[in-house]
Design a protein around this ligand. Structure first.
Ligand code: AMP
Ligand code: ZN
Length: 438
């Protein structure tokens, strides 16, 4: 069996990967908070960990990997979005989960083994919080339950930030009822008009961090093999997950390997993020006619730990690389995977090296199989080259269908109007929507 090596954020070095049980390899990646459309930066962890999942399935066996990616469907931003539309939070979360799955599907991201939802695990969260209180790691104050950071002497091992930095990072939550400024919320009260659940501490809702600890325990166990996410999640989110889980499990570590992807940035800025206002939505890129596979290749063009600067040129380059690879592979059936491509991925998921190796392969069957390991060249060459001019319109029609399913009629109407302005007419029929030029 090929040896895998991954850079472990906790150890700060590359380590040989040995799963606790090769018959059941466990991986958890923090998933989306479903209240808005994913930007291309949000897609980076989804695509990177999809490649890792493909590699693990290849090495250990298709059925041996249990990969969980959660859906955060209770959060204050969701509650705000629901209030401003005058709908239940579930309308918002159903809509944006649908969009997320559609967008990630277009990027060739396979569904994880399990996609647990926070609101389906409130009981598990309440039970875990109760244990933390009983064992002296958490306390109730003013309707809130807080994790008491000084009660955990090992707190902060992942990011190794000093205490001042951690207090500064937790500042958003500083409140008079905290025993220590670094303490963080496990449970908070809900006003009567806000969504909430009954608990021993009154009607309320969970803090963000506890959901991952509770869902990991429920679906994967006390200690998992790999925990992943973006760099920005190290503190406070992963630090807090670690503390909660370890303290609830008599010191058992939460994860044996920690992997974090670097940031995708825009024109040299630090990080693509909604708060900086420099986002490019995956749905918009697809609507402009870019192929999902070209966006995927662009996301894999840099090593996952390195920054990636997003640009129109990068997309164009990725598209022409794919044109070349599809021409080389033709409609060959996949053969054996090239050892060089596999070795590149086995060495801390070195996708740039794997991609340059792919470009040097001349046997179509080997090329096809090796690209498939990266989730590329999954179409037939004829499908890739055919109907290029119409694919942008097809993508917009599909986006409008998704919007209607998600009851986002404003978006559906916007797409119809935009197409009408170009002289494209839509006809909704029993078998779906067709289009024609006026
Ligand atoms: P969020 O919805 O902000 O919690 O982000 C969802 C996931 O996307 C998390 O794993 C983040 O770390 C990741 N993420 C957000 N912005 C970026 C970015 N600009 N580059 C790479 N990853 C990001
Ligand atoms: Zn998490």
């Amino acid at each position: 069996m090929i040896e895998l090596r991954f850079h472990d954020t906790m150890a700060r070095e590359k380590r040989v990967f040995v799963p606790a049980n090769p018959e059941r390899v466990t991986m958890y990646v923090c998933g989306p908070t479903v209240y808005n459309r994913a930007h291309i930066g949000n897609a980076r962890p989804a695509v990177v960990f999809d490649v890792l999942a493909r590699l693990l399935r290849h090495v250990y066996g298709e059925e041996k990997l249990v990969y969980a990616r959660n859906v955060t469907d209770i959060e204050d931003k969701i509650i705000d979005a629901a209030r401003s539309e005058g709908v239940e939070p579930a309308v918002i979360t159903d809509r944006f989960e649908r969009y997320y799955l559609g967008d990630m599907g277009a990027l060739g991201v396979r569904a994880p083994t399990i996609a647990p939802h926070a609101t389906d695990h409130i009981g598990e969260m309440i039970a875990m919080i109760g244990r933390l209180i009983d064992d002296g790691f958490a306390y109730e104050a003013d309707g809130h339950v807080l994790f008491h950071v000084p009660a955990d002497p090992d707190y902060g091992a992942l990011g190794r930030r000093d205490r001042e930095a951690m207090i500064a990072g937790a500042r958003v939550e500083i409140a008079s009822y905290k025993k220590d400024p670094a303490d963080f919320v496990l449970w908070k009260p809900s006003d009567p008009q806000v969504i909430g659940w009954e608990s021993p501490w009154g009607r309320g809702r969970p803090g963000w961090h506890i959901e991952c600890s509770a869902m990991i325990e429920r679906h994967l166990g006390e200690t998992i093999d790999i925990h992943g996410g973006g760099l920005d999640l190290i503190f406070p989110h992963h630090e807090n997950e670690i503390a909660q889980s370890r303290c609830a499990h008599r010191g058992a570590p939460l994860a044996r390997y920690w992997l974090h992807n670097g940031f995708l940035s825009m024109a040299g800025s630090e990080k693509m993020s909604k708060s900086l206002g420099n986002v490019v939505l995956v749905g918009d890129l697809l609507g402009e006619g870019h192929k999902g596979e070209a966006l995927r290749l662009a996301l894999l063009s840099a090593h996952y730990r390195q920054p990636l600067d997003w640009s129109a040129q990068l997309i164009a380059q990725s598209k022409s690389t794919l044109d070349r690879l599809y021409r080389a592979a033709g409609d060959a059936a996949p053969g054996a995977i090239d050892e060089g491509v596999l070795a590149a991925l086995a060495d801390d998921l070195n996708t740039p090296l794997a991609l340059s190796r792919l470009s040097a392969l001349d046997d179509p069957a080997t090329l096809k199989a090796s690209a498939n390991l990266l989730g590329l060249l999954t179409d037939s060459a004829s499908a890739w080259f055919q109907g290029e001019g119409d694919s942008r319109i097809d993508a917009l029609v599909a986006a409008r269908t998704e919007a209607k399913k998600a009851r986002d009629f404003a978006e559906a109407d916007r797409i119809r109007a935009a197409l009408a302005a170009e002289g494209i007419l839509l006809e909704d029929g029993a078998g779906g929507t067709t289009w024609r030029r006026a």
